[in-house]
Structures are given as structure tokens and as C-alpha cells.
Design a protein around this ligand. Sequence first.
Ligand code: CTP
Ligand code: MG
Length: 837
Amino acid sequence: MTILDIPELALVALVGVSGSGKSTFAARHFAPSQVLASDAFRAMVADDENDQSASADAFGALHHVAGVRLRRGRLTVVDATNLQPHARAGLVQVAREHDVLPVAIVLDVPEALAWERTQARADRDFDRQVLARMQRDLRRSYGQLAREGFRKVHVLRGVEEIDAAEVRLDKLHNDRRELTGPFDIVGDVHGCRAELEELLARLGFVLHRDDAGRPVDAVHPAGRTAVFVGDLVDRGPDSPGVLRLVMGMVAAGHAICVPGNHEHKLLRKLRGQDVKLTHGLAETMAQLDAEDPAFVTGAATFIDGLASHFVLDGGRLVVAHAGLKEAYHGRASGRVRSFALWGETTGETDEYGLPVRYPWARDYRGAATVVYGHTPTPTPEWINNTLCVDTGCVFGGKLTALRYPERELVAVDAQREWYAPARPLVSAPTRPDTVLDLADVTGRRHLEHAYGTLTVPAENAAAALEVMSRFAVDPGRLVWLPPTMAPCSTSTVEGFLEHPAQAFGDYRSAGVERVVCEEKHMGSRAVVLVEREPGPFGGGVVHTRTGRPFFGPPWDGELLDRVRAAVGTAGLWDELGTDRLLLDCELLPWSAKAGGLIREQYAGVGAAGRAALPAALDALEAAGARGLPVDALRDRMTARRAEIESYSAAYRTYVAPTEGLRGVTLAPFSVLAGAKVTFTDRDHGWHLALADRLCAADPEFFTPTRRQVVELADDAAVTAATDWWLALTGAGGEGMVVKPYAGPAARSARGSLLQPGIKCRGREYLRIIYGPGYTDPAQLAALRRRSLGRKRGLALREHALGLAALDGYAADVPLWRRHALVFAILACESEPVDPRL
Ligand code: CTP
Ligand code: MG
């Protein structure tokens, strides 16, 4: 039996004449979806698998599909004769583009047998000479395959060998996804053996020494694994000592290690290549001179055996010396190795003559955490889920380790500056992951998050981009946007479009037992992010439901000052252990923000009605007096005049004089998040109790939210809440929002997210929405046919995005990731825009 070793991710080219059994072989050893056959692609593009004139197009399509599969990390087998160098070159190129290994499997059967088989097939019709030419091409191919770039060439000669062959898929060396840690990932050591010993001890490792007292292993009692990011050697006082310890740990299974550029160079030197003894290599060579030659040989073998990078912990962690962009994770090629060792450079040099490194981390959008070294920085900073743990120990900085998955840093100081740096250690610009990329949000985008999935159409993204880029507050502080809210199911109660009976019914049928009815303030939604320290950027932000600043300076700042003071007076900073809070509020009165809208839209309608209807009635009176039959029309106009009065009264309730912040109040009803914490799992009793404390702290500025807690099975409580709503709306209130008492992230018994709130608006208030005369029985009947499905779906999707965005804020995920969620909420709310306009 011949075992064919093939990397798990490879491009496999079958090579053989027609009738050699390639398709048969492919069907036996690979899944149908893994096999791309030229015949099938000819049929796909030309409806005829033997149409040779379609070959160029067929191969074009085949290469494209092969490329897509390889990009997605899928093993791909190409079933074509692959006898011509140019045909194979195309495949090698596709493999290279995706940094996977090209492999060839040659099936070589006697020409006579291939001819016999071909003749037996109805779907093959060509001369013997064609087969003979193929056979000649095959002979010629033998010497060329390896040179063409195939990293493995398996040759199977004769039917027996072909039939007996078995394919074995090998994991790539860099694939250690089965190792789940926990890990302690150590930055560039550069021969600082004493600091390494100290760091390992600090991490809890127990050092083992040989008879000469030299450390040869370190074991963690809790089974933690050390991970070395490379650059163990050069510049420092004891590179051999570091090598000895790390080699011992790796051999014993207590550590894993990737190579750095310094190991790479050392290996070339040890192999006798012409290498300049710069950047500390001279010191290492001198130190190695004092070592036993067997140790030096062992070190060379060790370095030679190191994989360019590791993919660990189920793919959630990647370690490479200079970092690694996402497309290269788990791939194997020259350029992957080169990126892992040196990183990408821009081709420029800085003022110290050192190459400028391409800031790949800034553009990193991968899900895997990438930990690396190579570029010394004073303090490690997370950039888009990547972290450099080289803190320049050999230059007198620190030796740092990252505990994973805890994400804690442990560092020890260098004993001294062992080597003068060519340039001073400069920190990366602070929070460099605040750089957003247009490509993060534009176009049609599919979002997957912890609460669901969603596709944002390109048209909606375009509309959201307009608002986001021109009007919205700093994306870093735009933590969350409120979801839209669906109304209750349409009421069947005489004269009502919305009624509490339906709001309660909606939750009851979702299995909710207890709800809270909150007075719906009629103002403007305000999201307040307030920071304990006022700070140079205002100490927070207050924005509208579309992310715009509220009134602008200086009032937004004053508003934040008021909130900050109240949070302090109420003692919430310390009690909640946070230095910032995100509050969901309504800002009152409505006219404070919506004055223009009220004047232009609502007052205009009222004024027109009040001017026109009395005149119309006068004319109708006069006509009636002359005996004309206008009674019906006059009655209708009389009714309309009453409706217009009710309409004007409805919006006027929400108008009050304000000047700056004078007359403005804030009604908070949810405390959504703090520093590294969300409160979406707290029940509304908790949320409202905190709101009450803010009201108590500054009763002039905060408006309390009246509420009723209702057990839905308790008929008396339901009746009481209904009466409460009737009184509230009868006195001009907008209505109420009914929420699951369990809190903003409440779920149904079946585990799905519930509507976070259902609004139940008052009969008079709805005149503002549906028009003065909507209570007319005919209009009401038409409105009852309103469809709520879309609104409900939208509300739930936006709610889910909002919860994910809050979690992301608390978990300090890269800005681009949480911003994409907030952006999607805005996109859901936006009218689609034709992206061509
Ligand atoms: N065949 C066979 N015994 C084998 C392998 C193949 O009898 N061990 C027969 C197949 O049943 C088929 C013919 O030989 O009828 C050709 O085999 P196939 O696998 O189709 O050969 P390919 O190399 O794929 O030929 P082509 O290049 O023409 O597609
Ligand atoms: Mg075939």
C-alpha cells in the first residue's frame, strides 16, 4: 500500500493521460465537492464536456472556483490531464495566490491499457495519436513537476499501485488548534536569560536546572504552556542560556516556540552562509563559541524545525514573531514565512535608517487574536485584537508575557540596558484602532453577532453613511442607538386603535408573566454617555436616536455636567464600580428639540383648520338658512372643527418654553452600560430605581417615570393598569411603553429575544400621528388593517444589534467591530438610497 501524504489544505493536481483513471481515483479518495473536473467545467460553460473549443473558458472558471475554495481554506483537487506545463503553471499560480501548497499526483498506466479503456467509452472519441502525444507529454512532465513549484509529487505507476494507494491528509505544522492553553506568551527575550527566569517564576513556572545549575526546563503546576514569539537570541548577555531553557521546555512539551528573524539569521550563520555579524549576532556567536559543539548543532536543528507561526486554541489565537495578517493564518508559503519573520515593510526607511513597517494591525479585521513581538514598544497596546508583547527588555525595557485567555500582562524590568537601541522606543499612537475603514461599513454587508445575523443592503448603508459621516458624534462614543419600537397589536376596543388589552395580550402570548408599564414621555429620545471626569473632550456625549449631537455646544456640555453631578450625588460611580455610564432617556419638552417641526408641520395644520373651518361653517349656515340641503356637510364640518381643536390640544401639551437648558428636563429610564459592564440583564425594577435616585439627586433637572408593575395573570392588576393608562392619556399623556419586567435583554420561555418594549399610545395623541380625524369610524376601520410585521421585525433586529454593540463596548472589542453594529442600526432606520446617486 502506498500512502500519499497531502497537506490538509492544498491544491492537488491529478496528472495523467486520458483513461489513466484520474476521475475514478478522485471519486474514490475525495469528496465530490472537493474535485473540480475540467469535463464538468466544459459542460458548465458550453453544455458539452468534450467541447475542446470551450477549454479556455472552462479553465478560467475552474481557476476562479479553485481560488475561492482555497481562500476559504478548502482542499481542492483538479481533475484534468494537467500534462502541459502552462496548464500546471496556472494551478501553481492559484495555489501561490492563496498561500497553499501545490501537490501533484501522477497516474501512470501503460498506454495500451489507457487506449483500451478509452475505446470502451462512448463519451471519448479521439485518435490513438492523441493518446500517444499525451503519453509523450507525461514522460516529459516527470522532470519538470518539482521545478514548476509542486511541493510534493506523488507518482503511482501501474494499476496495482494506483488501486492500492491511500490518501492521508496531514495537518500543517502551524495548525495546533487542538492546543487550548492556557498560555503564557512571552515577548522577545534576546538573550536576557536572568529576566526570562524571573518572568517564568513570576508566571508560576518552576525552573529545573542541570548539574551545572543551568536552567533546562520550566514546568507550570497548573499545566500552563509557555509560548515564545521568537528572537530568543542576539544582543543580550546569554543567548545560549535562553536557547537551552526554551529548547528544554519545548522538548518536554512545556512550551512552543516560533522563530524570529534573529533565529533565522543565526541559523544561516551556523550553516556557514555569509551573514553580517551585526545587530547582536557577533555577541551570540562569541557566546556559542564557549558551548559544546553538540549544543550548537542541537540549536541549529531546533531553529530549523520551527514552524513560521501557530494557529492555536481552535483558531482563536495566532502567534507569529512579526504578527500575521488574516489571509496568512494557517497558510504555508514563502511570503507567509517572510511576513511572520519580518513583517511587511513599506519600502521606506525612517530617520534612523530602519525600515518602516507596514501597519498591518491597524487594518486587521480578523476574529483570531494575534500576539507577536518584533517591534519593541514601551507598553503593549491592543490594536484590533492584536497585541505586540515585545517591550524591549534587552534595550533596558521590560520582558512581558500575556496570559491567555485571561488577557493579563505580566512583566519584569530589565536588569539593565544590555544593548543600546538604534532608535528610542516610541509608543504606538494611542488607541490606533480608532481608525475606521470605509470598507467596514459600505456596500451590502452580512453581520453575524451573538444575538443573530443580519444583512444590511447597500442602499441603507449609503444612507447611514451620509448621517454618520456628516452629522453623528465621534464613533468611539457612539456606543449604542435605540431600536425602533413596535406598537401593540391593533385594538378591537371600540374607538381605539391602540389599547393596553392588546399590549398585555402580546406579551402574554409570548409567555411573559410580569411586565412593567412605563409612562411614555413625549419628548425626544436622548442617549447620554457620561464620564466621571469632565476631561478635555467634554466628559461624555449626548446624542439623538440617529446619533447626532443634541443641542450642540455649550448646552450639551452643561447637560452632561448636570448628569455627572447627579450620578455623583446619587453615589452611583462607586456603587456600580464604573467611571462612565450609558443612560437611555427622554428629553423634555418635545419642543426643546422639535420646535421647528412642531411649528412647520403640526401648528400649520392646526392653524389652517382653525382658519378655514369656521369660515366654511359660516357659509354652510348661510346656505342652510336659504333652505339649501347642506345639513350633512355642515355636521361633518362641525365634527372636523372639534377634531382640529383636539389635534391642536394634543401637540400643545408637549410644547413648553425653554431657553438653553432652562425648562429642559431629562427622564432616564435605563442604565445600559458602564466601564467593562452592561446592565441589560438587570430587571426594570433595578433600572427605574436608579433613575429615581437621579431624580432625587436633582429633582429640578430629572423627571421621574411613572410606572405600574403588572402580573399578567392578575385580572385586577390588568384592570388597574388599564385605568391608569386611560387616566394618563386622558390628561394629555402620550401613552405608555410596556416592557418585560425581566429587563432589556429579556427572552421568551423558548429562548428568543423579546420585543424590549411595546408602545401603547393614547387615543388623543395618535391624532398627531394619523391626522386630526383618524377617529372617524371609516378612517379607523382602514387604519385597523395596518400591518405590524415589518415594524416588529425591524425592532427586534435593531434591538439585537444594540445588545451586541453594548456587549462589544463592555468587552472593549475593536472599535470597527462595534461600530459596524451601531452603524447597522442606523442603516436599518435609514431610508434606502440608490447608491448610484
Ligand atoms: N477504469 C477502470 N479501472 C480503473 C480506473 C478506470 O476500468 N482502475 C475505467 C473507468 O471506468 C472509465 C475509464 O477506465 O470507464 C477511464 O477512467 P477515468 O477515471 O474516467 O479516467 P480519466 O483519467 O479521468 O480519463 P479522462 O482524462 O478521459 O477524463
Ligand atoms: Mg476523467
